[in-house]
Design a protein around this ligand. Structure first.
Ligand code: SIN
Ligand code: FE2
Length: 213
């Protein structure tokens, strides 16, 4: 059994009711996760989506699972196919699912059953402005977000864009879970600082697990 309060990795850090950081929770699995990301990206390459407003996102994305998050002129939505390659999204690797379910459980969300995993790749300067994850049907299920590679500053706010935000550095192996009363909180990532990570080179990767439908 993992002891989250012993002071040794992994340990947990509260953000708000229903939201916490599980520090280094994914450290042991990180190598396997990165291998899977490489396989997924070989078949469904990362690309920069264009928002409904016509902006090219600085974060490059791909997906795995039954559904992938996508954006086009009609808006944001979950789809079975990758619009760029025409392929269905690859199945969610067993090690991805196991980690996401374990992390959700450690945060008190016992019924998590993700059907979508968005894979974000940040190069230096890439950022994600404050937003809510609200394109999912069932908002009772949490979001599980895994950080790999270069560190990044995570912003965790309130229920309006203008609300004050907490700033937390997310490092390789950290997992953030938010759900319940925090499910619709605004969050984002500040522009990535350049660096070299021993396992990920010049990038940060983020896996975001959701129940889309
Ligand atoms: C997201 O909000 O989809 C990703 C957050 C992150 O990259 O940590
Ligand atoms: Fe998000």
């Amino acid at each position: 059994m993992l002891d989250l309060f012993s002071g040794e990795a992994p340990w947990s850090e509260p953000l708000a009711e229903g939201a916490l950081i599980l520090r280094r929770f994914a450290l042991v699995q990180a190598g396997d996760l990165l291998k899977e990301i490489e396989h997924i990206a070989a078949r469904n390459p990362f690309y920069h989506r264009i928002t409904p407003g016509g902006h090219r996102m600085s974060v490059a994305m791909t997906n795995c699972g039954d559904f992938g998050w996508s954006t086009d002129s009609r808006g944001y939505q979950y789809r079975r196919e990758d619009q760029q390659s025409g392929h269905r999204w690859p199945a969610m690797p067993a090690c991805f699912r196991a980690l996401a379910v374990q992390a959700a459980g450690a945060a008190g969300f016992r019924e998590f059953n993700p059907d979508a995993c968005l894979i974000n790749r940040y190069a230096p300067g890439a950022k994600l402005t404050l937003h809510q994850d609200k394109d999912e049907k069932d908002l009772r299920q949490p979001i599980v977000s895994v950080s790999l590679g270069l560190p990044a500053v995570f912003l965790f706010g309130g229920f309006e864009r203008e609300a004050a935000t907490q700033r937390r550095l997310l490092e390789h192996g950290d997992v953030v879970v938010w759900g319940g009363p925090s499910r619709l909180r605004f969050h984002g990532i500040l522009p990535l600082k350049a660096g070299i990570h021993p396992q990920c080179g010049a990038f940060r990767y983020n896996l975001t697990f959701r129940r889309a439908f």
